[in-house]
Design a protein around this ligand. Structure first.
Ligand code: FFO
Ligand code: ATP
Length: 232
């Protein structure tokens, strides 16, 4: 996957960047809080449905080759896009589902999620984490997909998360062969250049919303973003 950064980097100083991120975060958090739970549930089903035509053949191919396909996602906070329907499908398709655990120094490890797995609330963020064995980033070296949380992402692939830098650090070391797709609400997919970024930020390859799966940089697609809601 092409993970080159958009160029040129916007010329903003650190304070302006921090302020721009804070403003964008508070705007998107407020919009998320206003979303009706029934609509959130509908959107979770729709997002899983849109991802499936791309994912299912890859899951089947891995299984056919005797491998257990690995997909990373999250156990969502109440305000985030729900990943429940997708996780259920993944387990039914024989995938291994890994979700993050917060570690010191803003690092993450990964644990297996299965239906009914015991979870505990993270110490310093409102997220649940399975209590089972933890794995380092190597568990995702050959992953089929990393579905990354974000508060907003723009069409150049720059994502803005909750502000901890957890995913930034993780993605910086992830092999470029693993596709990274940001999972957001449709209104959080913004025009290119609207998400402020730092040199440590690494663009995502695609964006999943309830409206479709959008690839931003994959080699087989044109340079500009292409919307493929029903991609096979
Ligand atoms: N579901 C999920 N798990 C995740 C992440 C994430 O973004 N989503 N993370 C990705 O880095 C890490 C946790 N990082 C986090 C860091 C800060 C806040 C935070 O400040 N949250 C706000 C509340 C946001 C809201 O409810 O809308 C807060 O506590 O005020 C949340 C998660 C690892 N696990
Ligand atoms: N690879 C890295 N190494 C060291 N510091 C980093 C790295 N990536 C990001 N940071 C720092 O982490 C802090 C938070 O970054 P940023 O605002 O981009 O987080 P985010 O993308 O919103 O959060 P997350 O990645 O957890 O979803 C910033 O101060 C940033 O400089």
């Amino acid at each position: 996957m092409d993970r080159s950064r958009p160029d040129p980097c916007p010329a903003v100083d650190d304070d302006a960047l921090t302020a721009a991120k804070a403003e964008l975060r508070s705007r998107h958090r407020a919009a998320r809080r206003a979303l009706d739970p029934a609509e959130r549930a509908r959107q979770a089903e729709a997002a899983a449905e849109h991802l499936w035509p791309w994912l299912a053949p890859r899951l089947a191919a891995a299984r056919g080759a005797g491998r257990t396909p690995v997909v990373a996602t999250v156990l969502p906070m109440a305000s985030e896009p729900d990943t429940g329907p997708l996780r259920t499908r993944l387990i039914e398709a024989g995938a291994r589902v890994l979700v993050p655990v917060i570690e010191p120094e803003r690092r993450m490890s990964w644990t297996d999620w299965t239906p009914g797995v015991p979870v505990t609330r993270a110490g310093n963020a409102p997220v649940d984490e399975p209590t089972g064995p933890r794995h380092g980033p190597d568990a995702l070296t050959d992953a089929l997909l990393v579905l990354a949380p974000a508060l907003a992402v723009d069409r150049s692939g720059m994502r803005m998360g909750q502000g901890g830098g957890y995913y930034d650090r993780f993605l910086a070391d992830l092999p470029g062969s693993v596709p990274v797709v940001a999972h957001v609400f449709a209104r959080e997919l913004l025009p290119a250049g609207e998400v402020p970024f730092e040199p440590t930020d690494r663009p995502v390859d695609g964006v999943l919303t309830a409206d479709g799966l959008t690839w931003l940089t994959a080699a087989e697609r044109p340079a500009e973003a292409v919307h493929l809601p029903d991609a096979q």
